[in-house]
Structure formats: structure tokens, C-alpha cells
Design a protein around this ligand. Structure first.
Ligand code: URA
Length: 199
């Protein structure tokens, strides 16, 4: 299912309407997968008949969409993780150098037990992700509690992030082999934000 939706996103003939529909569905499936990264505690529960055992997801999640494409992932995650705190980080790629430039940040208070989902659909060079992880490190986030969640990442990007931050976990529907000279993922799907937002 996830690969079929991703194929719709990859297809250059997909209309904006269908791109949005497929992206929203895929983000819901990804949000559901990400539930397995959360810790649970054992609790007891009273059924109408008797006392039983159950679990409760520990409520310490921070969602951190990377503007602007990460905003596409946010509604699906908020729909499932209703009590999560949300931070924002604006990172723009310099068109000439492809280097990341942080232009906005607004983080909630981060404590060492918090789980953090960094939401960024496309991980190309890995530069933006590393810039974001550096900030989270400075805010004393626990690196092993951070999950970078994407739709497509590139092999070079994944290699660089893993080398720089081996304790951080990466989740991606596909890892594509390479980047072009403008640092777009190949085969990728083009510019995610442009195709979703139409700008
Ligand atoms: N961002 C995108 O939207 N697409 C890419 O291929 C790389 C970064």
C-alpha cells in the first residue's frame, strides 16, 4: 500500500489533487507505523466484567515538522498523537550552494525523556537534518529518542546522517540511490513542496 501511494507521488503525470490525496493517505500510514517507536507502560484496566491488564502510550512526544514540506505530515500525526507538543523549524536550502540555512525555530521545552519525531518528507543531502539535529542536541534532547521520519531519503543523505548521528533513528519508505547536481533525489519525485502546495 505504501509503495503504491509512493509510486503515485513519483509519477510526474499525477495531478496536484491526486498528489495531495496520495500524500495524505501515505502520511496516515507512516504516522501509524511511527507508533511502534513510542514507549508504553503497563496499566490495569477495569472491563465491564473484571480487572484486566493493558498498556498506555507514554505521553512525551514532540512533533517537529521541518518547514515547509514537513507541514504536510503534521495533520496525520496530530490526528493520532493528539497530546503531542509541536515545535517548528524553518530550514531553507541555498539555491546556489545547497547548504541549509535556518530561518525560523520555535521549540517547546525539551526534556531528556521526550521522544521527538522530526518530520521531513525528503532527505536529500542530509544537511538540513543534521542542522536540525545539532539544534536538538544543543537543547539537550536525548539523541537515541529522536526519529527522523521521511517518505524518500537518498543513500548519500542517510550515510551522512548515520555517520554524524549514529544514535538517531531514521525511518523512510524508500532510500533512493543518488542526487543530481542540484541536490534533488534521483529518481525521487521532484520538489515535494512545489507539487503539494502548487507554489
Ligand atoms: N526536496 C524535495 O522536495 N525533493 C528533493 O528531491 C530533494 C529535496
Amino acid at each position: 500500500m505504501k509503495q503504491s501511494l509512493l509510486t503515485i507521488l513519483r509519477n510526474k503525470k499525477t495531478s496536484r489533487e491526486d498528489f495531495r490525496k496520495a500524500a495524505n493517505k501515505l502520511c496516515s500510514l507512516i504516522a501509524s507505523d511511527a507508533g511502534s517507536f513510542l514507549s508504553e507502560e503497563k496499566i490495569s484496566v477495569e472491563t465491564p466484567l473484571q480487572k484486566g491488564h493493558g498498556t498506555k502510550v507514554v505521553d512525551n512526544l514532540i512533533l517537529l515538522p521541518i518547514l515547509r514540506s514537513g507541514m504536510v505530515m503534521l495533520p496525520a500525526f496530530l490526528n493520532l498523537y493528539e497530546t503531542a507538543k509541536v515545535g517548528f523549524m524553518g530550514i531553507r536550502r541555498d539555491e546556489e550552494t545547497a547548504l541549509p540555512h535556518i530561518y525560523y525555530e520555535n521549540f517547546p521545552t525539551i526534556s531528556k525523556n521526550d521522544t521527538i519525531f522530526v518530520l521531513d518528507p525528503m532527505i536529500a543531502t542530509g544537511g538540513s537534518t543534521i542542522a536540525c539535529l545539532k539544534k536538538l542536541e544543543a537543547y539537550k534532547a536525548t539523541l537515541s529518542n529522536i526519529f527522523v521520519i521521511s517518505l524518500i531519503s537518498s543513500k548519500p543523505g542517510v550515510t551522512l546522517i548515520k555517520k554524524t548521528y549514529p544514535d538517531v533513528s531514521l525511518y523512510s519508505i524508500a532510500v533512493d540511490p543518488s542526487l543530481n547536481d542540484k541536490k534533488f533525489i534521483l529518481p525521487g519525485l521532484g520538489d515535494f513542496g512545489d507539487r503539494f502546495f502548487g507554489t
